[in-house]
Design a protein around this ligand. Sequence first.
Ligand SMILES: Cc1cc2nc3c(=O)[nH]c(=O)nc-3n(C[C@H](O)[C@H](O)[C@H](O)COP(=O)(O)O)c2cc1C
Length: 168
Amino acid sequence: MELFEAIQTRRTVRNFTGAPVTCEDLEKIVDAGRLAASGVNYQPWEFIAVTEPDLLRSLRVQEEHWSKSAGAVIAVVMNPESRWWIEDASAAVQNMLLACRALGYGACWYEGYTLRNEEAFKTVLGIPDNRRLFTLVAVGVPAVEPIQEKKSLNEVLHWQRYTPKNEA
Ligand SMILES: Cc1cc2nc3c(=O)[nH]c(=O)nc-3n(C[C@H](O)[C@H](O)[C@H](O)COP(=O)(O)O)c2cc1C
């Protein structure tokens, strides 16, 4: 899929068919993440690709659709010594979401969910104390193609200077 088509059509997917995600595709997805822009090029990231059903189950703390049906989860592990670790992590995740879309997978950036359970998930995944678990990204074959409305270009783009828009 061409880049702009992936950008235009990517939407968060939380319902998957349960079909697996191949290791080859997970490598391509993580490769897209590790190539993201990074403050002073510090690249303070590591990634854990989780495909084992028992481990996937351990990352489930409540009844969430994804945890029963995602083929894989990518854990984004960051070194918080970098001044820009959150920005870098976000850039990496967005690259991975687009890579998922381009490969025909759906994905969800589960940061709120991960933050609430960070310490427990770090233990499950063996992540050391001096690293942060920024987010889990669930990946799978979409069971649905969600529609999520977006603001139009006209609503958000200003030329040359900021001019107030008429708010509805
Ligand atoms: C920083 C951040 C945290 C998010 N955390 C969660 C989460 O914990 N659970 C969830 O279901 N979706 C989460 N999402 C996905 C958003 O809900 C989703 O991106 C948003 O509704 C826009 O929809 P779209 O991705 O289809 O454009 C998160 C997204 C971002 C960028």
